[in-house]
Design a protein around this ligand. Structure first.
Ligand SMILES: *[C@@H]1O[C@H](CO)[C@@H](O)[C@H](O)[C@H]1NC(C)=O
Length: 414
């Protein structure tokens, strides 16, 4: 009996040891892989700045940024400024905080500015932490979207939509050739029910079909606990040239977008934020195509030309965009069998209006003469207006605008 017991015990211990060594081997293999990945995101820094929100911002030599890992960019000559600006004036890439501030709309900056700045010749890159990568379902999927998430207004098939769980409230134009888009949107901190859900507000610049070859450039603000590990509102960009399959990513998390600006970090927290019944803070986003080089440029606010997506990244967008969308998107994972309580925008419906609802104002497109103009024939789309809604308007001060958003789950959205 005793020997038998011993035998069982030693077998058990042996199994445990094998399991442990297997796990260890598996873990260290994964660790190595995570390390390799981190090295591709995180480049050697001249200087690192700790942000109050826990981020580390690395000031990376402009010529060593992630974009230049791309085989097609090995001999790329970086363009420090666009050849053309659709607002006519040529804007210097400068240190706007040295300029005297005009009174008027409040300017938004990034939280990490409280603790330092990146020198010229470098760009600020939000450092990716090991736990950021480990939160992703696979190392490869980190920084990428999991599902096609461009609202497809015309063929809105409710089954398809509830399947992927993405919900939108957007305004859009189509049927022309577009060479850019602009909007001013106020910034909020929507509540997210589940870490695997997100809430974002953005511009989409779209080309191609919605199936396998969709080209998309996206920019705006988002709250995404899975991507960033917190509930902060962050400035972001996204691009894909194959409907979110193999190409593209958020921010600088893959090679593609070339940043030239040393003040704005992609993926960094925006501060301050708008309050319900409180002060309203908004940001400007402009994306336009340089008619000479064909690159798509992005500007944040009135002063920050951030950088560009080289034309060769895209097929359809190498020419022009066929559709522009503005608005919000959330993921409704219905984890408890009910609609998510994840908020869109301010979490309040459009009819509450200024100071309470979230807005996009002065929405504009860049036309084929490379001029900014008010879009014609704006349509709206939302899957379930009882959960998130949108309301268009037009006046002399705000141009074409809309209020959008909502609380998600409520009496009429169970
Ligand atoms: C984010 O917000 C949710 C509730 O909306 C909360 O449960 C969660 O702990 C927050 N996460 C972090 C990292 O603060």
């Amino acid at each position: 009996m005793v020997t038998m017991k011993h035998k069982m015990l030693s077998d058990f211990v042996l199994v445990l040891m094998i399991m442990a060594s297997y796990c260890h081997a598996h873990n260290s293999k994964q660790k190595l892989e995570v390390k390799k990945h981190l090295n591709s995101f995180n480049k050697p820094a001249h200087k690192s700045i700790k942000s109050p929100d826990g981020d580390t911002i690395d000031c990376v030599d402009i010529s060593k940024q992630p974009a230049f890992d791309h085989p097609s960019l090995k001999n790329h000559r970086i363009q420090m400024r666009p050849n053309y600006h659709p607002e006519g004036l040529f804007r210097e890439i400068k240190m706007p905080f040295l300029k005297s501030r005009k009174k008027g709309p409040k300017t938004i900056t990034q939280l990490w500015h409280k603790n330092g700045r990146c020198p010229e010749g470098t760009i600020p890159v939000r450092r990716t932490k090991e736990e950021d990568v480990l939160r992703a379902s696979s190392i490869k999927s980190y920084g990428k979207k999991k599902f096609t998430s461009v609202p497809k207004p015309k063929s809105a098939d409710p089954d398809l939509i509830s399947q992927s769980g993405h919900q939108h409230a957007i305004a859009y134009v189509e049927g022309d050739q577009y060479f850019g888009a602009k909007a001013t949107l106020n910034v909020w901190e929507p509540k997210i029910q589940q870490p695997n859900e997100f809430s974002l507000s953005q511009i989409w610049i779209l080309g191609g079909s919605f199936d396998s070859d969709l080209n998309s450039i996206e920019a705006g603000w988002q709250v995404s606990p899975d991507l960033y590990g917190d509930n902060n509102t962050r400035l972001f960009t996204y691009w894909t040239s194959d409907a979110y399959q193999a190409t593209g990513c958020y921010n600088l998390l893959c090679s593609g977008f070339i940043q030239v600006n040393n003040e704005i970090a992609m993926g960094a927290s925006i501060s301050p934020l708008s309050g319900y019944h409180g002060s309203q803070y908004d940001i400007n986003i402009l994306v336009w195509k340089d008619p000479k080089e064909g690159n798509w440029w992005m500007q944040f606010g009135n002063d920050y030309v951030i950088g560009y997506w080289p034309a060769f990244l895209f097929s359809y967008l190498a020419d022009s965009a066929l559709m522009i969308e503005w608005g919000g998107e959330v993921i409704n994972s219905q984890s408890d069998g009910h609609h998510t309580t994840t908020q869109m925008g301010s979490g309040h419906f459009p009819e509450e209006g200024f100071g309470k609802s979230s807005y996009f104002k002065n929405i504009q497109v860049v036309d084929s003469s490379n001029n900014l103009r008010a879009p014609e024939d704006i349509n709206t789309f939302t899957e379930q207006s009882n959960c998130y809604d949108i309301q268009l308007g037009k006046n002399s001060e705000w141009g074409s605008y809309f209020y959008y958003g909502g609380p998600g789950r409520n009496q009429n959205c169970p």
